[in-house]
Write a protein that binds this ligand. Structure first.
Ligand SMILES: *Cc1c(COP(=O)(O)O)cnc(C)c1O
Length: 382
C-alpha cells in the first residue's frame, strides 16, 4: 500500500500535484555526497519541473541550472540561481534569448549549429561582450530509450555530427566575440543502462586526446543528463542510481588538470518526489472493458499519451482485496487520453482517490490548457 496520508490532502480539490519535499531533499543530498571532492558540477534541467517551490529547494542545495528557453532563464533568475551556474541549450535560440543570456553573462551557451555560432558572435559583438559557449557534439550513441527521447544518434536534429566538429571548433576559436569553454553532449533521456554512458566516456576521452594533439585544451566537458528512474517499482527505488552513474564517470573519464565536468540532470532529480492525485469520476462498463474515468487527464500528465509511458497507479481509498482489470482514462476529448490500458486495480468506485506515481518530471511542466482545462495545482508535504 502506498503511503500517502489521505487526511492531509483530502481538503484539496483534485486533480493536483503532490510533492514530497523530504524525498527531494534526500535526493539532492545523495547527489551532493556523490560529487563531493570531484570536479563535477550538476545543473538541474528545469524543463523537467519549474515549480518555484521545487526550484527553491534545488537552489538551496547549491546546484546550477540547465535552461532551454529565455523564459526558463527568467524563471531561474527569479528563483535566485547564480548566473555563473547557468547553461543555456536548445537548437533554436531566438535573438532576444541570446541577448538575454549575454546580458546576464550566463556560464555557457550550448551551440548546436554553425549559423547559430555566427549569430551569437554577431550579437555579442554588437553588445560589446564575449559569449562563453560549448559546442554540442552528437556522439552517435544509441541510448536505447524511446525514439522521441533519444537525442545522440546521427539522425536527429541535435548537435554537430562528429565529422563536422573539427571545422566548427576551429571556427569558434577564430571568432573574436566567442570564448570556447568546451564540448557538450546529451545522448537522451530515461536511460536505464550505464552502457551508453560508458560509450560516451570513451568518446570524450578520444576527443580530448585528439584535440590535445592539436594544442587545444577544453576547460569543461558537459556530459548532459538522461539518467533514468524506476517507473515500475517507484516505492522501492525512490532515489536514482546516482552512485553508479557518477562512479562510472569518476572511473572512466580521463580528465586534464583544471577541467570541470558538468551534468544536466532533470528527471532523476524530481521524478519520484511528484505524484499526480486525482479522483474517480465514473466507472463505465462496456461489453469488453471497464473504464475508470479520472478527473485528471493528459492535460495534467501527457507522458502516457505522448510516449506511451508507464506510470504506476494506486487507489488510495479502496481496501478491496479483489482486483479488477480496467483502463484508467482521463476526461479529455482524445482517444490517447489513457493513463493505463488493461491494468489491475483493487475494486474501484466513483469518488475514490487515485495516485499516479513518478510524475514529478515532465508532468506539471508539460501541462496544458487543452479543452480549456485549468492547469493542475500543486501542494507539498514535508
Ligand atoms: C532535457 C535535457 C536534459 C535533461 O534530461 P533528463 O533526462 O531529464 O535528465 C539535459 N540536457 C539537455 C540538453 C536536455 O535537452
Amino acid at each position: 500500500m502506498y503511503t500517502i496520508d489521505l487526511k492531509k490532502i483530502e481538503k484539496h480539490h483534485t486533480p493536483f500535484y503532490l510533492y514530497d519535499l523530504k524525498l527531494l531533499r534526500s535526493t539532492l543530498a545523495t547527489i551532493k555526497k556523490e560529487i563531493e571532492g570531484t570536479p563535477f558540477i550538476v545543473h538541474y534541467a528545469i524543463k523537467a519541473n519549474a515549480n518555484p517551490v521545487i526550484l527553491k529547494e534545488i537552489r538551496e542545495a547549491g546546484m546550477g541550472v540547465d535552461l532551454v528557453s529565455g523564459n526558463e532563464v527568467r524563471a531561474a533568475l527569479d528563483a535566485g540561481f547564480a548566473t555563473s551556474g547557468m547553461a543555456f541549450a536548445g537548437v533554436g535560440k531566438a535573438d532576444w534569448e541570446i541577448e538575454l543570456a549575454l546580458d546576464n553573462e550566463l556560464y555557457c551557451l550550448n551551440v548546436e549549429s554553425s549559423q547559430e555560432l555566427e549569430v551569437i558572435n554577431a550579437i555579442a559583438a554588437s553588445m560589446g561582450k564575449t559569449a562563453c559557449i560549448a559546442l554540442r557534439v552528437n556522439p552517435n550513441i544509441d541510448a536505447h530509450t524511446h525514439k522521441f527521447i533519444t537525442t545522440g544518434t546521427d539522425d536527429n536534429k541535435f548537435g554537430f555530427h562528429l565529422s563536422e566538429i573539427d571545422e566548427i571548433i576551429h571556427k569558434a576559436l577564430r571568432l573574436p566575440n566567442i570564448h570556447l569553454r568546451g564540448l557538450h553532449f546529451h545522448i537522451g533521456s530515461q536511460i536505464m543502462s550505464l552502457e551508453p554512458y560508458k560509450m560516451l566516456c570513451y568518446k570524450i576521452n578520444e576527443l580530448l586526446d585528439h584535440y590535445e594533439q592539436q594544442g587545444i585544451h577544453f576547460e569543461m566537458i558537459d556530459a548532459g543528463g538522461g539518467l533514468g528512474v524506476d517507473y515500475e517499482n517507484p516505492e522501492q527505488n525512490t532515489i536514482a542510481a546516482f552512485h553508479d552513474f557518477f562512479g562510472l564517470f569518476k572511473r572512466e573519464l580521463k580528465l586534464r588538470p583544471g577541467q570541470t565536468v558538468h551534468f544536466e540532470l532533470g528527471r532523476s532529480i524530481v521524478a519520484q518526489c511528484g505524484t499526480l492525485i486525482s479522483q474517480v469520476l465514473y466507472v463505465k462498463k462496456s461489453p469488453h472493458k471497464r473504464f475508470v474515468i479520472l478527473d485528471a487527464g493528459m492535460t495534467c500528465l501527457i507522458r502516457p499519451a505522448l510516449y506511451g509511458a508507464h506510470h504506476k497507479i494506486v487507489n488510495l481509498t479502496s481496501t478491496s482485496q479483489e482486483l479488477e482489470l480496467c483502463d484508467v482514462v482521463g476526461p479529455i476529448c482524445e482517444s490517447s487520453d489513457v493513463f493505463a490500458a488493461g491494468t489491475l486495480l483493487p475494486a474501484t468506485k466513483r469518488g475514490d482517490w487515485v495516485a499516479i506515481l513518478t510524475a514529478g518530471a515532465y508532468g506539471e511542466s508539460m501541462a496544458s490548457c487543452y479543452n480549456m482545462r485549468s492547469l493542475p495545482a500543486s501542494h507539498f508535504i514535508e
